[in-house]
Design a protein. Structure first.
Length: 107
């Protein structure tokens, strides 16, 4: 299963969607309160950079998924907008991407 995640475009998109979603939640619900409530900005700086890199990867893999899955503009924009909403990338993975990677390889 892990090899299919790493060696298919849709698999990498699914993996990055989960990592980006987790980093966004850590940034919002752990790092930001540490910075603004307890005056500890170090986690925002570190998690913020990781989240930024994962966000860019998410958008790049979204473009690849758009091409591979032949999504229309509306579906692509929904997937892009989901990255700005907490838990949004999890929704994209669970509801918009193929459940199995074998289905994605055939398209």
């Amino acid at each position: 299963m892990l090899s299919k995640l790493l060696f298919t475009r849709i698999g990498r998109f699914k993996l990055v969607a989960w990592l980006e979603g987790i980093s966004f939640l850590v940034l919002l619900f752990i790092a930001m309160p540490l910075k603004y409530v307890w005056g500890q900005p170090w986690l925002v700086q570190n998690v913020g950079m990781i989240h930024g890199i994962l966000f860019i990867l998410y958008l790049l893999y979204l473009v690849q998924a758009n091409i591979e899955l032949r999504w229309n503009v509306r579906k692509t924009l929904i997937a892009a907008a989901a990255s700005f909403i907490p838990f949004g990338t999890f929704y994209v993975d669970l509801k918009m991407l193929p459940r199995t990677l074998e289905g994605a390889e055939r398209k």
